[in-house]
Design a protein around this ligand. Structure first.
Ligand code: ADP
Ligand code: MG
Length: 294
């Protein structure tokens, strides 16, 4: 069994009347690269902030290396890039890196750290003079300043162009290949797919799925097929079927095969429509109801 580095057990966190996390349980094991995937407002940042000891749960428990995330000794072994970072604009890159690195017993070498994040030669630049993408890369680099065992990256590639995004992905992959554990959030399946092995889909404060990238990809590729028809025979690949009067809604991973089967079965139908489901829609549909006959 792989050692569990971070754990949430039945965690609930509210902000006023908003329930940001609603009974979330999650284990992060050593060596994993986990993507937290979900739309805006899903609760991803709240979960990261709880793991990083920046917030406390209202109920349930969060553990980091088997203890409290508020314990500074445990926090020495993690690195965090929050979703929003405000670095002092008059400081120079070198000063910020040295300041952060000095807090750790095994700080990273500045030159090597900057190189990994494509910031070589920027040591003397003031933060305020960096581009948005450079600021973001610096903020992510700082998560690695203490040579952590576990990093939490909250939407690390926000504001990066394609090239910078790929470079950042490479840096994350290198860290992981060297034995590091990564938890990152994104609302893009493509990003999670590019990096993670395990995907945890979060929405409305709950974990909807915790699976391999391939399994989540299958669900994300679902199509809504709607048509007007009488009684339908058994059709292949239908994950869910719903009827509203004469309109039938079918959810399937392979709309082409479904339409061929409909035609082969020689059932009369009209008004055929096929549309993609959003990831949230696919997960909500699947988790909200059991499949049922049309
Ligand atoms: P995500 O990172 O997935 O976009 P968040 O964890 O930021 O989601 O937010 C989850 C929910 O909690 C949202 O409804 C958000 O508006 C609310 N929320 C988050 N942080 C705060 C806060 N500091 N004050 C009030 N509401 C908050
Ligand atoms: Mg967020």
């Amino acid at each position: 069994m792989m050692e569990t580095l971070a754990r949430a057990i039945e965690v609930t966190r509210r902000y006023g009347s908003v329930t940001a996390l609603d009974g979330v349980s999650l284990d992060i094991r050593r060596g994993e690269l986990v993507g937290l995937l979900g739309p805006n407002g899903a609760g991803k940042s709240t979960l990261i902030n709880l793991f990083a000891g920046l917030r406390r749960p209202h109920s349930g428990r969060v553990e980091l290396f088997g203890g409290s995330p508020a314990d500074p000794v445990r926090r020495r072994d993690i690195g965090v890039t929050p979703q929003e970072t405000g670095l002092p604009s008059t400081l120079r890159v070198r000063e910020v890196v040295d300041f952060v690195t000095a807090h750790y017993p095994r700080g990273a070498a500045r030159g090597e750290l900057l190189e990994r994040f494509g910031l070589t030669g920027m040591e003397r630049r003031q933060i305020g003079g960096l581009s948005g993408g450079q600021k973001r890369r610096l903020a992510v680099a700082l998560a690695f300043a203490g040579n952590p065992r576990l990093v939490f990256l909250d939407e690390p590639t926000t504001g990066l162009d394609v090239e910078a995004r790929r470079a950042l992905w490479d840096a994350v992959r290198d860290f992981h290949a060297g034995g590091g554990t990564v938890v990152l959030t994104s609302h893009y399946l493509e990003e999670v797919e590019a990096l993670a092995e395990r995907v945890v889909v979060v929405d409305r404060g709950r974990v909807l799925a915790d699976d391999t990238v391939a399994a989540v990809r299958d669900i994300a590729g679902m199509r809504h097929v709607t048509l007007t028809a009488g009684e339908l025979p058994d059709l292949p690949g239908v994950v869910r079927a719903e009827r509203d009067g004469s309109r039938v809604l079918l959810l399937t991973a392979d709309a082409d095969a479904l339409v061929r089967a409909l035609v082969r079965a020689d059932v009369p139908f009209t008004g055929l429509e096929i549309r993609p489901t959003s990831l949230e829609e696919a997960f909500l549909t699947i988790t909200a109801h059991e499949p049922q006959a049309a």
